[in-house]
Design a protein around this ligand. Structure first.
Ligand SMILES: C[S@@+](CC[C@H](N)C(=O)[O-])C[C@H]1O[C@@H](n2cnc3c(N)ncnc32)[C@H](O)[C@@H]1O
Length: 268
């Protein structure tokens, strides 16, 4: 049986669209190919304005990283980080402080290859090719040893990644392993696809992703909320992303699709 947790199993595949480059295309980045641009066009045709969902996730990531920085977090482990072009974690952190460290992790080979030169001039930022389903290899990596001090609070970022982890790989147990690995004061940020609020849009989205290298597994909002375990969840709790501490005038009610759900928790 193939061990899907082995990051080496994921081969380079530029014929099928992949999640990292689809996301990059929706965000207006330049690290995507024709297959992803076709995917974007087809999805936009079925779900006009769907690009807003991708931007909403990115805006949620920014607001939550700002929240963590305001609560003293200075080191981030970003699992399923994607291509670091538009509004990545180190860019958000740099606006607030010079004292920060970020370890990015992605299992898509070309994403990591594209990321390395983009990050080469960043002294406190690194990306490794690894699978988030293998916490030990990530937490025990030389890069983690160099960049992260696990005796101090960590910002664990799992945004728009867990819906790529199928049920047999037990994503809830996986998140628990990461929660257990960090000290009090650490924070966990989750965003995850869900059909609880908008099942029709979610079905169309999932059908399209089923043809890509990264099928998605949407889950209900109750299940997603439990990923924060016994962490203390600040207001507004777990919500549709657009409703998590929105900028004035930008609440979820004004959004066309409510398929992303998440929140933040702090280890007491
Ligand atoms: C939609 S992007 C999200 C990027 C970023 N986390 C954000 O929220 O802005 C999802 C990323 O997760 C990566 N990914 C999917 N499954 C993964 C896994 N099992 N381990 C590590 N990365 C994974 C994909 O390659 C992709 O780059």
């Amino acid at each position: 049986m193939v061990d899907t947790r082995n990051p080496q199993v994921r081969e380079m595949d530029i014929d099928r669209p992949c999640a990292a480059r689809i996301y990059d295309a929706f965000l207006g980045g330049g690290h995507n190919f024709g297959s992803e641009r076709n995917f974007v066009e087809r999805l936009e045709h079925e779900l006009p304005g769907i690009g807003e969902v991708y931007r909403e996730n990115r805006a949620f990531l920014r607001r939550t990283v700002e929240y963590l920085l305001a609560h003293g977090v200075r080191q981030f482990l970003d699992l399923g980080s994607g291509i670091p072009t538009i509004g990545h974690v180190h860019e958000v952190a740099r606006r607030r402080t010079r004292d920060f460290r970020v370890l990015y992790v992605d299992n898509e080979p070309l994403t990591v290859a594209h990321s390395k030169p983009l990050l080469a001039s960043e002294p406190r930022v690194e990306i490794i090719r690894a699978d988030c389903r293998d916490p030990e290899s990530i937490l025990n990596s030389p890069e983690a040893a160099e960049l992260l001090n696990l005796d101090e609070p960590v910002g664990l970022l799992m945004t728009a990644v867990l819906h790529f982890v199928p049920d047999p790989d037990d994503p809830a147990a996986l998140v628990e392993t990461y929660r257990d690995a960090v000290v009090p004061g650490s924070h966990l940020v989750i965003s995850h696809l869900s059909g609880s609020h908008d099942p029709d849009a979610m079905r169309i989205l999932a059908d399209h992703y089923a043809e890509t290298a990264d099928p998605v597994y949407p889950r209900d909002t109750g299940w997603i909320g439990k990923l924060l375990g016994d962490f203390v969840v600040p207001p507004p709790g777990t919500t549709c992303l657009a409703d998590w501490r929105p900028e004035p005038g930008l609440t979820g009610a004004s959004r066309p699709y409510r398929v992303l759900y998440g929140g933040v928790g702090r280890k007491a």
